[in-house]
Design a protein around this ligand. Structure first.
Ligand code: GLA
Ligand code: GLA
Length: 681
């Protein structure tokens, strides 16, 4: 158990009622600007309602310009100025980007790619997670920062490093090789056990000594899958070990200051097993950026927020970074539409964020991110972005009472697992088009479109209270998860799983006898051969939809299995989706990646069969998102317009906190608009 749960607000900021405030802020990098600009900054922070900033994230080279010299004046003065203006500080330990003197002195800290390329300084995060030399310097720096600022009354939170693993998680250096061997020894105990787990009797790969083992560097043919999967596990653990090392220094020096590190639950970020990492921090925080080219980018934001809510066990969390408008790092970087800035942040709030923060406060004039939007844009405060920033600040202040409330659960859970993700996307598989996160996301969108509040839960967490549990594409299932899922169904739970689920155990070894080996008996079906489809290939299903990506041929084995959907065309009559009643519960299988409309219909049917009603007016469901937050005595219903057309939502009443008036049965949402309805509970 960790000793804290939320920010340590300076006394002056905490309202008498004890609830709130919601935090509002940004990364603040005063080292990029003159002192005149700092004074303007704090004036504008007050104007916008900013009450916390993330300071010192990339300040290592500024405060320690040489190994034996510290110059604190920039951070000292900026910290005082912020504190005097009522802005609390989430202080970076500053170790994300080692200064040039360190890499000149110790080039052996630089990471190495799988093909032996050294990653040189000049960007950021150019350090090996397992380098003992880097760790010595970095922890020395953390100690110096904590000794200097640990007792500052404006210090609300520690921010370890920054986006651990963004650029350096997979390091194939000799340091990594040494640490990988140690990690494997601890995992397997004997070389024989490792040989068994990695199936090294295949292709003459049997090891006779630990020293022969390497990270999976570029090889002549497919690399051993057990070695690859363990390297994913090891790499996540190695960075987590580094996180723990910084945390240990901070706990020793400042036991009363809560600690966070910003996760990256978004898009394709897959390398860090945050379900495990969360145990090391007091406050879960996340960075989220929209993918401009993704037509479902708003729903992807909701999916990510739902997963962070799951990681945070529905307690408040910190949305650390997002953009007010455009980013700079995608191929094409369009701005956000008017209204989207607040709508996106209120969506994070709906899923339990109590802190809404951005990268960064003032848009840089120089450096690699000068075209990344900020709260104060290049054009200054006479700008749409600044006006929308101030509007959001006002909205968050109106919503103060939401702080500390629980992000209420839905009745449908999607299970999510990092190990299954890593294993499912290794090479030499039936299809390299299979993308685990997309397969899970399809189901999220289907339930949202059908008007259901759907949660996304780390697979290790208790799911027994959900009426319907969906485990899409859960390729790897360990014995414990297998038992928990089987017990859930035996106790009357309703399980749904899909193609490429339950295929291997945690050593990536196939469960024999026909697919999906782990769940075959539970489902009462059998798949003899996988059904991956070629690019562009579609298999029609009855009712006018189709399957793409994957379409398993499913044999029904148990007589009580009902067929929910069938293929049409050449496969006419063969089952696509099945449901086996088991006592009060059931186990269903969906063998194809169905088109969105067909999947939405199927999701609604599966929910109805599990006794779950939609949470939202069905006529609005495709265009609106609905979530609830709860205090013991009050309920907040968040209604968020997903698109650029005005929408009407029926059947909702309460006090519309943002509009400042009561609504009865009908809520009108402008394009990208939001309403938060408060009612007694
Ligand atoms: C990440 C980093 C920030 C900044 C933003 C830009 O989230 O943590 O320092 O680079 O990306 O989007
Ligand atoms: C080649 C190799 C075999 C096997 C097959 C797989 O033929 O000789 O060992 O790898 O490819 O298709």
């Amino acid at each position: 158990m960790t000793p804290h749960h939320w920010l340590r607000w300076p006394a002056a900021t905490t309202p008498a009622a004890g609830r709130g405030p919601l935090a509002f802020g940004a990364d603040y990098n005063p080292e990029q600007w003159s002192r005149d600009t700092w004074r303007e900054d704090v004036r504008l922070m007050r104007e916008a309602g900013v009450n916390v900033v993330n300071l010192g994230i990339f300040a290592w080279a500024t405060v320690q310009p040489a190994p034996d010299r510290y110059e604190w004046d920039v951070l000292d003065e900026a910290f005082e100025l912020l504190h005097a203006n009522g802005v609390a500080v989430d202080l970076g330990t500053g170790t994300a980007s080692p200064p040039p003197w360190l890499t000149a002195l110790h080039p052996e800290i630089l990471p190495v790619t799988e093909d032996g390329q050294v990653l040189y300084p000049g960007g950021r995060q150019h350090w090996r997670p397992t380098s003992p030399v880097f760790r010595r310097y970095a922890l020395g720096h953390v100690r110096a920062v904590a000794e200097r600022y640990g007792s500052h009354p404006g210090l609300a939170l520690w921010h370890v490093s920054n986006e651990l693993g963004c650029h350096n998680v997979h390091d194939y250096s000799d340091d990594a090789a040494t640490a990988f061997r140690e990690w494997l020894r601890a995992r397997y105990g004997s070389i024989d056990a490792l040989n068994e787990a990695w199936a090294t009797s295949f292709w003459s790969q049997r090891y006779s000594d630990w020293s022969q083992i390497l990270p999976p560097r570029v090889a002549a043919a497919f690399r051993n899958p057990g070695q690859q999967l363990d390297f994913w596990r090891f790499s996540s653990d190695a960075l987590r070990d580094y996180l723990q090392a910084e945390v240990a220094v901070l706990r020793e020096l400042t036991p009363d200051v809560p600690i966070t590190t910003n996760f990256m639950v978004m898009g394709g970020t897959k390398s860090m097993n945050y379900a495990e990492w969360r145990a090391d921090v007091d406050v879960i925080s996340n960075d989220h950026y929209l993918t401009a080219a993704d037509a479902d980018r708003y729903e992807e934001l909701a999916f990510s927020a739902a997963l962070v809510r799951g990681l945070a066990r529905s307690r408040p969390w910190f949305l650390m970074e997002q953009s007010t408008s455009a980013v700079n790092w995608q191929p094409i970087n369009p701005p956000k539409a008017p209204g989207q800035l607040a709508r996106d942040s209120l969506t994070q709030l709906a899923y339990g964020a109590d802190a809404i923060s951005y990268f960064q406060w003032r848009q840089s004039a120089g450096g690699a991110e000068k075209f990344h939007s900020a709260l104060v844009p290049h054009s200054g405060t006479d700008s749409r972005v600044w006006r929308e920033v101030c509007e959001l600040g006002a909205a968050l202040s109106a919503l103060t009472d939401v702080a500390g409330s629980t992000a209420a659960a839905g009745r449908v859970a999607l299970l999510f697992d990092w190990e299954a993700w890593w294993a499912a996307e290794l090479d030499s598989h039936p299809s390299e088009r299979f993308r685990y996160r997309s397969v899970v996301f399809d189901w999220f969108k289907a339930f949202v479109d059908a008007g259901f509040a759907v949660d996304v839960q780390p697979v290790a967490d208790d799911f027994s209270a959900y009426s319907l549990v969906v485990a899409p594409g859960l390729y790897l299932v360990n014995d414990e998860t297998r038992r928990r899922i089987t017990d859930y169904v035996a106790a009357g739970g309703h399980l749904v799983t899909t193609f490429f689920s339950g295929i291997v155990d945690d050593t990536d070894r196939v469960v024999l006898g026909g697919y999906p080996g782990v769940f075959r008996e539970l489902l009462g079906i059998r798949v003899e051969e996988f059904g991956p489809l070629l690019d562009g290939e579609e298999v029609p299903v009855e009712g006018g939809g189709n399957g793409s990506l994957w379409a398993d041929p499913v044999d029904v084995v148990a007589p009580e299995v009902e067929v929910l959907a069938r293929y049409a065309g050449a496969r006419a009559g063969a089952p696509v989706a099945t449901r086996r009643p088991i006592g009060a519960g059931s186990a269903s299988y969906v063998g194809a990646r169905l088109d969105p409309a067909t999947l939405r219909g199927l999701a609604a049917r599966l929910a109805a069969a599990a006794g779950v009603e939609p949470d939202l007016d069905p006529s609005a469901a495709e265009h609106v998102l609905r979530r609830e937050r709860h205090h013991d005595d009050s309920r907040y219903v968040f209604l968020l317009n997903r698109g650029d057309q005005p929408r009407t939502v029926k059947g909702e009443s309460g006090f519309d906190v943002l509009a400042g008036r009561a609504v009865q049965d009908v809520v009108e949402l402008p394009p990208y608009g939001a309403a938060v309805l408060r009612s007694p509970r």
